[in-house]
Structure formats: C-alpha cells, structure tokens
Design a binder for this molecule. Structure first.
Ligand SMILES: [Zn+2]
Length: 408
C-alpha cells in the first residue's frame, strides 16, 4: 500500500458469486450483459445447463456473449497467459489464452507464479498474466469468516504474496510490471440459527432450484409461477422474493434468458435451503452487492500506479477499462469507466517536478514493456474480504465447489 495504490472497497456485481464476478473483472460488464449470471445456470433457449462443477462449464456458448480481455489482447496483437483464472481454460470465440493451465486445484501457488514468470520472460513474452488462488474463499466457507482460525489462512496468503514479490524481483520484473491484487467478492458469517427452509412454504414438486443459497434461482413447473411466487413472497422476513421482471434495476440482473422466473435472495448472514438437512456453509457470499461485507479490496503496484494513494471505492466494472489502458488496448464497450480510476494512475497525478520525473520513467518503461500487467486474483487482507470456493471437500454438495480436475 505504501508503494502503490489501495482501494478500500470494490463494489462488485450482483450476484456476488464467483463466476459472474470473475467474468465481470475481465469484461467490464454486468452479469446480465456478459451472460455468466450464476455458478449454476439453465438457458431455456439453448436448453442447456451450466455448472461450475461439471464439464458443462466448458460449453463456449455460455461465455460468448462477451469477449474477455485476454481474447481482445490477442486479437490486438499481444500474448496472454493464465494460471487457473476461471474461464481461461474454455475455448471462447474460438481461442484459448496464448498460454494457460487446465484447472487443477492441486497446482501450488508457487508453480502458478513460476509459470507466469516463465511466460513473461520468454522470447515471445506475454503482456497480460492472470492468476487465481483458491484461498481464503475455500477455508472461509468451511470455517466462516469470523472464526479465529481464519487468521492462519490470512497469514499463509501473506506469505504467498511475499513469495510473489520476491520472485518478481528475482526475475527483474518487479519494477516494470504493473501488479493488481483483488478479488471477486467478500464473505459473510452464516449460522445454523439463520436458515430459511423452502419446504415449509412450497411443495418441491412445483419448482426446480437452479442456483443455490443465498440467491435461489427458481424455475417453476409449467403453469405454476404464480402459485410458487405467492407461496414464497411473504414467507420469511429475511428472504426477498422477486418475479424476474420486478428485480430492481439497480442490481442489473434481469435482462438475460438465464435468469429464472423467480429469484429469492437472503439477507446477509441468512441461508435459503429446501430443508435443514441440506448442505450448509458457515461462510457464504452472493448477497446484495451494496453490502460492504461482499466487497473485495484492490491493491496495485507498478510504474503506471501512483504511490501511497488510498481511495474509498471503485466498481469492479472499472477494472476492464483500466486493464485495457495499461495494455494499450482499444476497449470494447463496457459498464465501467477509466475516468473512475484515473486518479490511481501516475499519468493523472498533479504535474509537479517530482511527479514529472516519475512520469518520464514510466514512459521509458512503457516503451520497453508495452504495459505488462499481472493480475493476481486473490485477496489479502482482513477476514471479511474473502474469495471464492474450490472446496474439494464439498464437491458433492451445494454451493461453490471445484471445477472438474482435468489433470490427474
Ligand atoms: Zn466462495
């Protein structure tokens, strides 16, 4: 933070789950626009389902409402590298990243960093690298963010970050690379005392549950929409139930065929299950994106960024125009704006003598490295800021779980 910029809260997009938010970070679009509206989806037009824990997530049709930044980067003449960032092992618009790894949770953080450094320093170097790390999301789901055990998880991440910095210095990349550390979402503490049971209010034969707590996407049986809606709408004071067309426009979560006819959203810290015997996590996310506990942090260091600058808030949709700026790309239309984050950049700093010299050194760097960017998709910081789940222990259960392991 002392040597770079710090944004205290990133307003992410609804629903505050992993896949929608990872795709927002690399497209600048709301979920309804980029099409990855949940971790579990059903598309009635395609008549196909998508689940982050099945091979169905490799179906390109789900991803092709948008162009992620690695594809745009390649179309505009550069090379991209990805280490486990969600979606980077899917063929989207006919292409993979120039270099990528098939998702495998057992590949260590150190190996992921080593791969990216190898690609950044090869004879035909990448200019964009993306890395995803599963913690502290995974343990946050299991323990809950308020558990004292999370302190150890955070300490371990701090150690991994110092490994990253050390390795970038060793590769002589630290002074020339722009490094961004952020996340897809935060996490809230759940409790067995805060469970809403749908079975108490509506017969489960009347609907299908497509996506799970705390945002339950409900597909009613043929002709049963009003019956299911009326049974649920006033069922519980900590559950808000919308017909699709009534979802508030501020959530930007309506205009997609993959959003189901009924959406039930729990208040922070509450869970919506069919029955108390269903799987239950002590930590969860997915709640309203105005809740501070759902917000990630944002840290950045590098020649393009000012030093010792703190800012209260930005939108996760602003990351995409920022990345395009750093990479020298012509951005596609998005819901974000570079203007919202320009104050983080050296180029926007007041024109004072000491700043001018810094600008000149950046310009020199820029000529050599064409704005190399390393995006680290995990998050440091306090227990409440947690990322997504790749919990192999939870593989057979609802909630977020690991993608299929394609490497043995
Ligand atoms: Zn998660």
């Amino acid at each position: 933070m002392k040597d770079g910029v710090h944004v205290e809260q990133v307003t992410n997009v609804f629903i505050t789950k992993t896949y929608p938010n990872h795709y927002t970070m690399v497209t600048g679009l709301y979920a309804e626009d980029h099409g990855i509206v949940a971790n579990e989806m059903y598309d009635p037009v395609l008549n196909e389902t998508f689940s982050m824990n099945h091979m169905t997530m490799y179906n390109p049709k789900f991803w092709e409402h948008a162009y992620p930044v690695w594809i745009t980067n390649q179309i505009q003449g550069h090379r991209s590298g990805a280490a486990m960032w969600p979606g980077t092992d899917v063929k989207i618009h006919g292409a993979f990243p120039t270099h990528y790894l098939l998702y495998n949770e057992s590949v260590s953080f150190q190996e992921r960093v080593a791969k990216l450094i190898e690609w950044f320093t090869s004879e035909e170097p990448i200019n964009l690298g993306l890395l995803y790390w599963e913690q502290p999301d995974e343990m946050g789901h299991i323990l809950g963010p308020d558990d004292p055990g999370m302190e150890l998880v955070i300490m371990e991440i701090d150690n991994l970050l110092s490994h990253l910095v050390r390795e970038l210095k060793r590769a002589e990349l630290w002074d020339t690379l722009n490094v961004i550390i952020t996340s897809d979402h935060g996490m809230a503490q759940s409790s067995r005392d805060r469970i809403i049971e749908l079975d108490q209010y509506v017969d489960r034969d009347l609907y299908m549950m497509i996506d799970h707590s705390p945002d339950v996407a409900i597909l009613p049986a043929e002709g049963k929409l009003d019956e299911v809606y009326n049974a649920l709408v006033k069922a519980h004071p900590h559950m808000t139930v919308y017909k699709k067309e009534d979802i508030p426009s501020r959530l930007h979560y309506r205009h997609s065929t993959r959003i189901q006819p009924i959406l039930a959203v729990a208040d922070e810290g509450w869970e919506i299950l069919q029955n108390k015997s269903d799987h239950f996590n002590l930590g969860n996310h997915g709640y309203d994106n105005t809740l501070p506990d759902m917000h990630p942090i944002f840290l950045a260091h590098g020649p393009a960024f000012r030093k010792n600058i703190s800012k209260q808030a930005m939108n996760s949709t602003d990351l995409y125009p920022l990345l395009c700026h750093l990479l020298g790309l012509e951005p596609l239309p998005s819901n974000g704006s570079l203007d919202n984050v320009k104050d983080l950049l050296v180029s926007a700093a007041p024109k004072e003598p000491q700043d001018r010299s810094r600008q000149e050194s950046y310009a020199r760097f820029f000529g050599v490295f064409l704005g190399s960017v390393l995006v680290i998709g995990f998050l440091v910081v306090f227990i409440k800021y947690l990322t997504r789940s790749q919990v192999s222990a939870l593989r057979d259960q609802h909630g977020e779980i690991a993608q299929p392991l394609l490497q043995s």
